[in-house]
Design a protein around this ligand. Structure first.
Ligand SMILES: [Zn+2]
Length: 287
């Protein structure tokens, strides 16, 4: 149907609008809706759930954001991409590349704007803000190791929901624009939960231990993979109770709260990752 023939009758106009809506507006969901335990909130640091328009009778399509494979889940007769949106993403249109058994295509989705609050922190140990040259060598090596951890992917989703890893007081929400000793640093890629040193930290969902170690900024840390690139990260621990390669179930003890690394007091820094980027942890706890 051409535009002119559609415009000739009112029913034709309605039909054309419907076609346009299904083509451009219904690829992603209404905010707050979800697939599995993921909540759709397409903002920097959020999650976009994008209908790939592939029937779930077909084998799983592969979807990529840039060069990163994103999680793909079947629900309600279709395949959906569960896309982690980096905090550094500019609001506007983002594009997924999608490969099915039959074809390759792209699907656009919109990233809405959000304003995160500013936070200013005073760190007594200035070396944790302005590392010495020797520290920089260590940090560079750690960044390579962290990149490898973030690229690790277990091919099936191991979990069907998340709980908080400990009881405590939320002291710093996700996404804060941060200044350490008045110097701008990366935004807050997780949440901080304050609790006494030694407070047990439990696996919030079934997962695999991908790495543990003592990192310059993060202190004693644990990385878990929950499948399809859904990861969680635990920092500043006093004790670690798991080792790389362990499989943990929801509620298993993985470590204890501490104040190792760059901190102002004992707390757990907890991050949730999707396709290698940190997202707001509350978007996986919507159930
Ligand atoms: Zn933190």
């Amino acid at each position: 149907m051409s535009t002119s023939s559609a415009a000739r009758t009112s029913s034709g106009v309605v039909l054309m609008c419907t076609l346009l809506l299904s083509a451009f507006c219904c690829m992603s969901m209404a905010a707050g809706a979800g697939v599995a335990f993921f909540e759709h909130n397409p903002v920097p640091g959020g999650i976009a759930i994008v209908d790939l328009q592939v029937p779930n009778s077909d084998i799983a399509p592969s979807a990529k954001l840039g060069d990163r494979e994103v999680a793909v889940i079947a629900q309600n007769g279709s395949w959906y991409a569960i896309v982690g949106i980096a905090l550094s993403t500019e609001p506007g249109t983002s594009t997924l590349s999608v490969d099915t058994a039959r074809s390759s295509s792209t699907i656009d989705f919109e990233v809405n704007d959000i304003q995160y609050e500013e936070q200013r922190i005073v760190i007594k140990d200035d070396r944790k803000v302005n590392p010495a040259p020797l520290d920089m060598e260590r940090i560079k090596k750690e960044n390579v190791r962290i990149a490898a951890v973030k690229a690790y992917r277990h091919e099936t989703l191991l979990s069907d929901g998340f709980q908080l890893p400990l009881e405590g007081i939320l002291t710093s929400p996700f996404g804060l624009r941060r200044f350490f000793n008045d110097q701008p640093r990366r935004p807050h890629g997780g949440i901080d939960i304050a609790a006494a040193t030694g407070t047990p930290i439990y696996a919030p969902a079934t997962g695999l231990v991908v790495d543990t170690g003592d990192y310059f900024f993060n202190g004693n840390s644990v990385f878990l993979e929950h499948g399809l690139g859904l990861q969680t990260f635990y920092a500043h621990l006093s004790k670690i109770h798991v080792k790389t390669g362990d499989r943990v179930s929801t509620g298993d003890l993985i470590g204890e709260v501490g104040e190792t690394g760059r901190v102002t007091g004992p707390h757990l820094h907890w991050s949730v990752g999707l396709n290698g980027t940190w997202v707001n942890p509350y978007l996986v706890m919507s159930e």
